[in-house]
Design a protein around this ligand. Sequence first.
Ligand code: PHE
Length: 332
Amino acid sequence: MSDKSINQLTAIKLEALSDLGNLDSIDQLENWRVKYLGRKGNLTNILRGISTLPVDDRKIVGTEANKLRSSLEEEYEEALSTIKSGQYDQVDSIDITLPGRKPKIGRLHPSTNMIREIVHAFNEMGFQTVEGSEIELEKYNFDMLNIPADHPARDQWDTIWLDSDSHDDLLLRTHTSPMQARVMEKNDPPVRVIVPGKCYRYEATDATHEWHFNQIEGLAVDENITFADLKGTLYEFVKKIFGPSRKVRFRCDFFPFVEPGVDMSIDWNGRWIEILGAGMVHPKVLDAVGYDTEKYTGFAFGMGPERISMLQNEITDIRNFYSNDLRFLSQF
Ligand code: PHE
């Protein structure tokens, strides 16, 4: 007697599982549930009939029937969630009621923006952009700029020297001025270049000093270039970047590669803030690159774009530029 019931259970199981494999909608699954687990289903019939079985068989058939029931219930739950998730993918994956959100996109670094703005201002005045390498020879960083070895002026540029088997004169450039010598060495006058680039100094950092920073060098050499050209060019630059009514002040300053040398400050809420060094190219520098010092004169200047950006954007600590903090960077 129990054999018959067990065979029936096995048949139900096989049929139920094979039917389940052909289902793909919630309606079909519901019919399946009624057929195999519903009150009028075959399995329920068998369970109901257990009490009529001989005592010995009751336990065996009861255990098997209940096992089958819970395994079919599990199959049902699993199929239900599979069908639901499938339908969700097809129909509801786009919620058109959800308000649109701005996609996150990158932006240029504030230093890059400032460099581009300054370089563009000079490009408009006929200066051509050139770039140099950050690893430089002592010769270009110092000697050709009238800063011989052991000259105390070298102290102004605390230098990071590089170890190299083939060279004992390699350094990370401390300013972009070596490009003055390199450009003139390669080109006959007239020369008019603007040189943005990274520089390095062996210096403790604080709110206004970084050990690495950008500089922008300018150089113009031709016949009849005078100090008036230097002032006119730099006035024009200040107008382009800070607006037409910004006041400017020049004061004497010393750099070995210019004579006379100046620094330029701009008026900032009643205070003079220095933004660059400049001067007429020293005849010794022209001489070192083989230019005729009787025929040619020129001016040069160098500025720090981060400092200028600090003024424009009221940034109080230069270290923000390189600390890679999105709360700072995303404000520009
Ligand atoms: N190279 C100088 C510095 O780093 C700046 C400068 C450039 C001054 C050109 C005069 C002319 O301080």
